[in-house]
Design a protein around this ligand. Structure first.
Ligand SMILES: Nc1ncnc2c1ncn2[C@@H]1O[C@H](COP(=O)(O)OP(=O)(O)OP(=O)(O)O)[C@@H](O)[C@H]1O
Length: 266
């Protein structure tokens, strides 16, 4: 059986309020799936349902055919890594935090292997120079890259990457332009290894440039889902954000940049 994540008509209702309603999707291995939506649209909730951190109140969320809630936590942690939106800084050094990503692999992996994976994750997240710093002393963007490196360190070895899922909640939110591209390039490389990568993004232009597939959420519902080219249109994006979005051809990349207009008074 292929190791894919599958959400089938998933809803999450809390005290009568639907945070996510009737969403069906299956992020594909080897691709970057971007999730876009306005504040409060349910993006983080959907990501947590994909992670198995939340159980749906209706529908089913399965990984490799088994409900996420039925997975043994350790088995799941070796196959799906999550970079949360914000984390409280632990009283640890950067390299120690990244090494926490190795915890689920401890029995299968040697200390030397762990050290190699941690070093590589530090390098990918461009935080090698911060390895000995205490996390609480870092800037917001630096901390965000530590969180990315920890999730990267948690991924399984390359030979079985096509059985893995990487879930990123606004991985570029606190980053400068160069680091936004660097992080999305990491997402692409990880996907090229066969991982199903899912990223919640607010930056439409990054989604257009780096997304293979896209999910648009509005009021907890899927407004559109499928290939990024088909989903990330002016009409869909304008409806998603309830403001006018225009896509401008970028002669340099051959792609598009997104521009939004302020809502005008009626
Ligand atoms: N525990 C909770 N109880 C009640 N409402 C909640 C709870 N958690 C989230 N919500 C609400 O559910 C909605 C969806 O939240 P979610 O964090 O998924 O949105 P989001 O799309 O990620 O937003 P943002 O872009 O602001 O990060 C919001 O209106 C939020 O206030």
């Amino acid at each position: 059986m292929s190791m894919t994540l599958h959400l089938d008509r998933v809803s999450l209702r809390l005290r009568g309020k639907a945070l996510v309603e009737d969403v069906t999707c299956a992020p594909r291995p080897g691709r970057v799936t971007v999730i876009l939506g306005a504040n409060g649209a349910g993006k983080s909730t959907l990501l947590r349902l994909m992670a198995g951190d939340l159980a749906p109140t209706a529908g089913s969320a399965t990984f490799a055919g088994l409900p996420l809630t039925a997975w043994r936590p350790g088995d799941l942690a070796r196959r799906r890594a999550v970079m949360p939106q914000q984390t409280r800084p632990l009283p640890l050094r950067v390299a120690e935090v990244v090494a926490l990503g190795r915890a689920p692999h401890r029995r299968q992996s040697s200390a030397a292997q762990d050290a190699r994976v941690v070093a590589e994750a530090l390098e990918q997240a461009e935080i090698g120079h911060l390895a000995d710093r205490v996390v609480a002393s870092l800037s917001g963007g630096e901390r965000q890259r530590v969180s990315l490196a920890r999730a990267l360190a948690q991924l399984p070895p390359p030979a079985v990457r096509d059985e893995a899922v990487l879930l990123l909640d606004e991985p570029t939110a606190a980053l400068d332009p160069a680091h936004q591209h660097a992080v999305m390039a990491v997402a692409r490389r990880v996907a090229a290894d066969g991982v199903a990568v899912v990223a919640v993004l607010h930056a439409m232009t990054l989604a257009l440039r780096y997304g293979d597939d896209a999910l648009l959420l509005r009021d907890g519902r899927l407004l559109a889902g499928g290939s990024a080219a088909a989903v990330l249109t002016e009409a869909h994006l304008s409806a998603t954000y309830r403001c006018r979005v225009r896509l401008l051809a970028d002669p340099v990349t051959g792609g598009h940049v997104a521009v939004s207009e302020p809502a005008t008074a009626a």
